[in-house]
Design a protein around this ligand. Structure first.
Ligand SMILES: Cc1cc2nc3c(=O)[nH]c(=O)nc-3n(C[C@H](O)[C@H](O)[C@H](O)COP(=O)(O)O)c2cc1C
Length: 346
């Protein structure tokens, strides 16, 4: 079943139900243009039912460390076109994950200006991929800046289609900008983007609607972390109401899929009525659900057979096994992931 085709919607058919999860590799030069090595890295994994790229910045001031690709210059679009052509030449499908980190940044990556978030807040400790720097305060986005950001997401989505991508995944997970709006811990706004579940979900839904206008609903998808677990966001009992509202709205929009943003799908969240993210999203979202986070093909097969989700995303196993699908087809064992594998782009 994992290796059989899956009809995502009218226009997209996956060769199998295994998705390569988005993974930042921080391998570009300062221009954020995908490199020839990245072309080969993605092409090597084209047998996946769908590849989701590493998080890709929507503007010059959307990032939180170096080496991250963008989709806001002509050169970046051309660089990504080489990636999509190479993946398509192997019969694969590829979505671009578009990204703004919000407060998870530092002035050194933002031409000296403070990181932004829904509200003023403070992160502490060293930055993972730039350990000589520490997180600090972010400032609250002004109303006009929110409008600009919504437009930038839509523009990056259009650029992704111009670069030949089959679709776009909005990075709404893992404590980055969209997720910061969705959690009470980081959103204390008093305007129409704060206070109530409907208002906390508004930024995500405004972006979804703007991107649908730009590229169509069948090409758009969204990654979410209803359970707070990364980048110093704490869960709040009210978060479940925000995600319930958001997922119900998204259920009527015909998106390609929604996707759990998670490293450990066995984890249960008190703020999600002690459910896992997958259980919670399955309960409230009617449409294709991709689950991710510590799965293996054999455990995921049982879960898909039990209708717990539709597609399996694997992250680290795809770093360790560029030929993951071929191995599953022949029954060859998978190589174990080791963090040292991040040192190269093989
Ligand atoms: C090196 C690395 C980079 C990652 N970068 C991203 C990213 O850019 N965007 C994202 O949504 N998730 C990112 N993740 C999370 C993965 O998509 C995935 O959720 C996580 O690895 C758990 O899946 P796994 O247990 O199959 O590896 C990253 C994970 C790793 C290991």
């Amino acid at each position: 079943m994992l290796l059989t085709k899956y009809q995502l919607n009218k226009t997209l058919e996956l060769q199998n139900r295994i998705v390569m999860a988005p993974m930042t590799r921080a391998a570009t030069a300062a221009d954020g243009v995908p490199t020839a090595e990245m072309v080969a890295y993605y092409a090597r994994r084209a047998e996946a039912g769908l590849i989701i790229t590493e998080g890709t910045l929507i503007s010059e001031i959307a990032g939180g460390h170096g080496g991250v690709p963008g989709l806001f210059t002509e050169a970046q679009i051309a660089g990504w076109r080489a990636v999509t052509e190479a993946v398509h030449a192997q019969g694969g499908l590829i979505f671009s994950q578009i990204w703004h980190v919000g407060r998870v940044s530092h002035p050194d990556f933002l031409h000296g200006i403070l990181p932004v978030g829904p509200s003023v807040s403070e992160m502490t400790g060293p930055i993972n991929r730039a350990r000589h720097l520490s997180f600090g305060q972010c400032r609250a986005l002004l109303r006009d800046e929110i409008n600009e950001l919504i437009a930038q997401y839509a523009q990056a989505a259009s650029h992704a289609i111009a670069a030949g991508f089959d679709g776009v995944e909005l990075h709404g997970a893992n404590g980055y900008l969209i997720d910061q709006f969705l959690h009470y811990d980081t959103n204390h706004r008093e305007d129409e983007y704060g206070k109530t579940p409907e208002n906390l979900a508004r930024f995500a839904l405004d972006i979804v609607r703007a991107c649908i206008d730009a590229i169509g609903y069948e090409r758009l998808s969204l990654r979410l972390s209803p359970g707070a677990y990364l980048n110093q966001i704490n869960g709040d009992a009210r978060d479940a109401m925000v995600f319930r509202y958001l997922l119900e709205k998204l259920s009527n929009m015909g998106l390609a899929y929604v996707h759990t943003g998670n490293f450990d799908d066995a984890r249960r969240f008190p703020e999600l009525e002690a459910k896992t993210m997958t259980e919670f999203m399955r309960q409230h979202y009617r449409g294709t659900l991709i689950s991710c986070g510590g799965h293996s093909p054999s455990t995921a097969l049982k879960a898909i057979q039990a209708n717990e989700f539709d597609l399996l995303a694997l992250g680290r196993p795809f770093i360790a096994n560029p030929d993951l699908i071929a191995r599953l087809k022949t029954g060859a064992p998978l190589k174990a992931y080791d963090v040292s594998m991040l040192n190269t782009l093989y």
